[in-house]
Design a protein around this ligand. Sequence first.
Ligand SMILES: Cc1cc2nc3c(=O)[nH]c(=O)nc-3n(C[C@H](O)[C@H](O)[C@H](O)COP(=O)(O)O)c2cc1C
Length: 167
Amino acid sequence: MKILSLCGSIRDGSSSELLLRAFRSVLPSGTEWSPVDLKSLPYFDPSCQFSNVPALVTEIRREAFLADYIVIATPEYAHGIPGILKNALEWLICEETMKKKVVLFIVSPSGGEYVLQYLTETLRTMDLLPSDELTMVINNARNQLSADGTVDPDLKNSLIELSKRLL
Ligand SMILES: Cc1cc2nc3c(=O)[nH]c(=O)nc-3n(C[C@H](O)[C@H](O)[C@H](O)COP(=O)(O)O)c2cc1C
């Protein structure tokens, strides 16, 4: 199984990043995991969407094409999608991502209902395939995940259950 991952927070010690690490740790050995470095992406420019595409974007689109799943973990910012994540998604509006299944983790102390709604709508508009069964909202991440890799047992079980729904 191959996964392309995107983290909507570039903050040091990000709970979303810790969540991605925790999810990766429960996946079958041999799973290929390719993280997108959102900070390295240029600002999306429609004039480079299909010609003169930046090399990094071409590479990420290829990784997306080869991936079985795109895994996204993100906080909610001002009731919306963090800009850095939206920027990456705009580059991923392309044939390579069409009909790709998405595993979605919303990491938000308030429940993240806005970002869940907006992001799901954006992903569907991009012809990606988010689904209820592969979506999880985590609203106590700061107490459930540690930088040393410790994961709250209940959260770990939920991640294991979710992982069983993949290929
Ligand atoms: C600029 C900013 C705006 C935020 N807006 C929201 C919000 O609208 N809803 C919410 O639940 N949390 C909001 N938060 C809190 C983040 O969801 C929370 O800090 C989250 O844990 C950050 O994720 P991270 O640990 O992956 O960086 C906001 C945080 C920042 C920095």
